[in-house]
Each structure stands twice: as structure tokens, then as C-alpha cells.
Design a protein around this ligand. Structure first.
Ligand code: COA
Length: 217
């Protein structure tokens, strides 16, 4: 069975973060960039891990950074069978809290795991983090041509508020600036709860086992 967990990244995960960054963005941030986020009290740097094994799905005591190394046979807890595949980082998301705004500056899912509802799970986790910090609005910039990301953000109520012309130096593309307001309202808590239910149902249908609350990070 394959399991999922969302957790804050720690220093021992940064090599995996850089590896995933290379796969998803062609190398946007070096390890120092990730370390800065860890060190900043205004950043939330979240990772999405998967591992495979039998049993209850109790998360490994300590999520390790899987880098393609052979399975480590970590034990999930007393009496649990050894994990067959150690936890591997397959998603990463980051926000900056600036005044009452959540700036979502990174969201990525490993290419082999896209299209299964994991991107929306990680976005939901970032929005939950923003709520926990009592932020009121969320914003981000996204490439005009990134239809998957634009569609994902729209699904979560982000609206296009403007463009930064020729923002991306590599292609000269525009950046769309998107905003999502109302995070401080009580109905947003209900919205998060409803979305969480839907996302979890979808992940179950895609054969992900959620023996633990993956949003309890
Ligand atoms: C954008 C990204 C995070 C989406 O992750 P994902 O796990 O594939 O997305 P999900 O399976 O959770 O899909 C959620 C929604 O996103 C949108 N979406 C995802 N893939 C899509 C695609 N290929 N085409 C159109 N819409 C898509 C849809 O609205 C989808 O909802 P639906 O399945 O109900 O239609 C992922 O494609 C990615 O990591 N891309 C590379 C990095 C990147 O561009 N990040 C964004 C930078 S701003």
C-alpha cells in the first residue's frame, strides 16, 4: 500500500528538495535558497512524502529524505512490518507571510505523480497554513502558459488581478498575478473542511491510503 504525509521540511530534507526542484523547475533554487526558507520565521516550507508498506500506515517516526537510495527497512513503530519503500519527497510548497498576505512562491509535484490530486492537496495545506497564521489573502505569480497551475489556482478561488509583462526572462512570458481573498472569514474554514473531504475521497479513489490525517502537519 502507498501512503502520503505532508510535513514541514527540515534540514535533512534539503538535498531531496533540490533534486525535486531540478525535476520540476529545472533548478530554480539551490540548497541555500531552501535553507533560507527554513531559517525564516515568515516562511512555511511544506513537503509531501510517499512511502510504501504493509500494515496500518502509521507514519515513520521520522520522515527521511528518499533520494533513490535502496530501501532502508525503516520500522514504522513497534511491531509494524518494515517499510518496503522509504519515504520519498514528491511534492513541495512554500509560502511567505508578508503583513496579512500569504505569498505562495512555490508549488510542485514530481512529474510521475501529477494528475492524481496531489497538487491540490499541497495547495490546500498551504492555505491551511495561511489560515493558521491568520492571514487574510493569498497571492501568487504564474506563467501565462502554465495551464495546469492556472486551472488549479482558479479551482481554489484565485482570481486574475493583473499581469507582469515579460516577467520570465527565459521565455519572455507574462506572469499572471492572482489573488484569493477571504481567508480570515469563518466560511473559509468550512470551505477548507469541504475541500479536504473531497481531496481525501479522490486520493482514496487513486489508491492512496490515508491512514493518518495528511493535513495534520
Ligand atoms: C501545477 C501542479 C502543481 C499541479 O499538480 P497536480 O498534482 O498535477 O494537480 P492535481 O492532480 O491536484 O490537479 C488539480 C487541478 O489542477 C488542474 N490541472 C492539473 N493538471 C492539469 C492539466 N494537465 N491540464 C489542465 N488542468 C490541470 C485541474 O484544475 C485539476 O483539477 P481537476 O483534476 O478536478 O480537473 C503540477 O502540474 C506541477 O508540479 N507542475 C510543475 C511545477 C509548476 O508549474 N508549479 C506551479 C508554479 S506557479
Amino acid at each position: 500500500m502507498r501512503f502520503l504525509q505532508i510535513k514541514h521540511l527540515a534540514a535533512e530534507h534539503l538535498n531531496s528538495a533540490v533534486e525535486l526542484d531540478r525535476l520540476c523547475f529545472g533548478g530554480l533554487w539551490a540548497i541555500e535558497g531552501y535553507r533560507r526558507e527554513l531559517d525564516s520565521p515568515n516562511s512555511d516550507l511544506l513537503g509531501l512524502w510517499t512511502w510504501e508498506g504493509a500494515g496500518t500506515g502509521a507514519p515513520p517516526l521520522q520522515i527521511r529524505a528518499g533520494t533513490g537510495a535502496p530501501p532502508l527497512q525503516i520500522r514504522a513503530g513497534t511491531g509494524a512490518p518494515p517499510l518496503q519503500i522509504p519515504p520519498t519527497l514528491i511534492g513541495i510548497g512554500c509560502l511567505w507571510a508578508i503583513l496579512e498576505e500569504a505569498h505562495i512562491i512555490m508549488l510542485a509535484i514530481h512529474p510521475q505523480f501529477q494528475g492524481q490530486g496531489l497538487g491540490q492537496a499541497l495547495l490546500l495545506a498551504l492555505l491551511k497554513s495561511a489560515c493558521d497564521r491568520q492571514l487574510e489573502r493569498a497571492t501568487l505569480e504564474v506563467r501565462d502558459s502554465n495551464l495546469a497551475a492556472v486551472s488549479l489556482y482558479k479551482k481554489f478561488g484565485f482570481k486574475e488581478a493583473g499581469r507582469r509583462k515579460r516577467y520570465y526572462e527565459d521565455t519572455g512570458e507574462d506572469a499572471l498575478v492572482m489573488w484569493r481573498s477571504g481567508l480570515e472569514k469563518p466560511e473559509f474554514q468550512r470551505y477548507l473542511a469541504d475541500e479536504k473531504r473531497e481531496i481525501c475521497d479522490r486520493l482514496h479513489q487513486k489508491n492512496w491510503h490515508l491512514a493518518i490525517d495528511i493535513f495534520d502537519f
